[in-house]
Design a protein around this ligand. Structure first.
Ligand SMILES: Cc1cc2nc3c(=O)[nH]c(=O)nc-3n(C[C@H](O)[C@H](O)[C@H](O)COP(=O)(O)OP(=O)(O)OC[C@H]3O[C@@H](n4cnc5c(N)ncnc54)[C@H](O)[C@@H]3O)c2cc1C
Length: 454
């Protein structure tokens, strides 16, 4: 007998927004969070969010203490810093591309919405494992860290929104669900909030620097948070033993703008940067946010896509409960929706580009930016998951400029073609689990052809 309709594990952006949307639809929702309530949102993060995510999910835009800066573009620099490519993703009629935020205030706001909608919030609840009835998840075991007692809670549907810890996913027995994420598919990061001697200018632009001396397999970010405050960090590819904090310190000393900067907060963290999970659902359970690998594999941003996952999932859970069918086949609709129409297709396509970027060294990256082989339009197309398509006229010029690196140009073209194929495969994600296996083999084939590991 279920005590609740829905248990959500983790009150980060994915869990809190799902809890709100499900409660608003009349579901009885229990939101379990291991942190104290007033620490929800406290996460090491770059704290950048694009406007379109909040717009899509119907969340009011940040203001007051939560708002860092209004952001109008992201400038991507190669190691030489001689030239940069600007990426702007303006939604028509909107005033800016996005913002930098204070994640605690943002997290507290999302939690407040969930509570107001009627979700029951249980903090100090450290979830340990799923409860199974045969193969169906029917609830969770958790430790109440205030009373130090073990507890159980049951629901018709359980959602793992516990972030990178993926507490429930790690304990799954269904072979369709990947329990762990390979280290090579993780960004391992270090970040500080700095008070600089001078304000970071221009204040409405986020900087990304691709430089594998300091951020091998990842990038350095400088995100202005208003006045003299900046959120500065870097990510490296996991599995190689890189020391992100050490590399970060080296980067800081290499750049005079950080001289005598005061550290307000520092810390490490990790994010999944890879293709989506093969399936976000199993019997009685769904995985969203970082637990579902709903993160953009190029820039590691996952706040917006996690929120959107909750937005897409809530009506699907409601309908599964109404029809009294919470099986994998019924919840599969979330795989279909998120992959075909939402972020899944983009993540899948961008993962191929992530592999490409991790192959490209400093010299090559400088070359493509300096010689305008890669332009703003290319990056925008690529960011939409559509690959890089050089128009015929343009192509001739770029080919001439790129002659010295013909092999690299061919590689870019091959990966771009594969990105478009991947996008199309995900736009045709199988309607039901029984046609999944042949579809999966086609995805694996694309990776194999490029020599990448799934
Ligand atoms: C260094 C770094 C920088 C980043 N910068 C950006 C950025 O600028 N922009 C962006 O969009 N994204 C960024 N990301 C990614 C972003 O932080 C995540 O994608 C996003 O927070 C995912 O949301 P979530 O709700 O899935 O997980 P989380 O935000 O991690 O929330 C998970 C919640 O679950 C709780 N929890 C975990 N385990 C348990 C358990 N066993 N029991 C109960 N509760 C549990 C946690 O306490 C937490 O509250 C960055 C990530 C890192 C590591």
């Amino acid at each position: 007998m279920s005590e609740h309709d829905l248990i959500v594990v983790g009150a980060g952006p994915a869990g809190a927004h799902l809890a709100k949307e499900a409660a608003q639809r009349g579901l009885d929702v229990l939101l379990l969070e291991r942190l104290a309530r007033d620490r929800v949102g406290d996460k090491v993060c770059g704290e950048g969010i694009a406007l379109h995510h909040l717009k899509n999910a119907g969340i009011p835009y940040p203001k007051g203490k939560e708002l860092g800066n209004t952001i109008n573009s992201i400038d991507i620099y190669p190691p030489s810093m001689e030239r940069y490519v600007t990426v702007s993703q303006r939604v028509e009629g909107e005033p800016c591309d996005g913002w930098t935020i204070d994640r605690i205030y943002f997290g507290q706001r999302l939690l407040g919405y969930a509570e107001k909608a009627g979700a029951i919030i249980q903090d100090h609840a450290h979830v340990l494992e799923p409860i199974f009835d045969n193969d169906t998840v029917t609830g969770v075991k958790y430790k109440d860290t205030t009373t130090k007692t073990m507890k159980k809670a049951h629901a018709k549907v359980t959602v793992d929104a516990s972030g990178m810890s993926a507490t429930l996913r790690r304990k799954m027995k269904n072979p369709l669900i990947e329990q762990t994420i390979a280290l090579r598919d993780q960004a391992v990061c270090y970040r500080e909030i700095l008070e600089l001697q001078e304000p970071f200018e221009p204040a409405d632009r986020c900087w990304i620097i691709m430089d594998d001396r300091y951020s091998p397999g990842g990038y350095i970010w400088i995100f202005p948070r208003g006045g003299n405050i900046a959120n500065v960090g870097l990510g490296t590819q996991g599995g190689h033993g890189y020391q992100p904090k050490e590399l970060y310190k080296q980067f800081l000393t290499s750049n005079p703008i950080f001289k005598d900067a005061k550290v307000i907060h520092g810390g490490g963290g990790a994010a999944p940067i890879r293709r989506p999970l093969w399936s976000y659902v199993a019997d009685g359970i769904v995985f969203i946010g970082d637990s579902g690998c709903h993160v953009n594999p190029i820039h590691g941003g996952g706040i917006g896509s996690s929120i959107e996952a909750g937005h897409v999932l809530a009506p699907i859970i409601k309908s599964a409960i109404e029809t009294n069918d919470v099986s994998l086949a019924s919840l599969w609709q979330f795989n279909v929706e998120y992959n075909r129409k939402h972020y899944g297709q983009k993540i899948a396509s961008l993962d191929l580009m992530r592999h490409l970027l991790q192959e490209v060294g400093n010299e090559e990256f400088d070359f493509v930016i300096k010689n305008r082989i890669l332009t703003t339009e290319d990056l925008l197309r690529a960011n939409a998951g559509k690959g890089i398509e050089l128009s015929a006229l343009d192509k001739a010029g770029r080919m001439l400029r790129g002659l010295r690196k013909l092999g690299l140009l061919r590689r870019i073209q091959n990966v771009s073609k594969a990105m478009r194929e991947m996008l199309s495969l995900y736009q045709n994600f199988p309607e039901a689990p029984d046609t999944f296996e042949p579809w999966k083999q086609r995805v694996v084939q694309i990776y194999n052809n490029l020599g990448y590991q799934t």
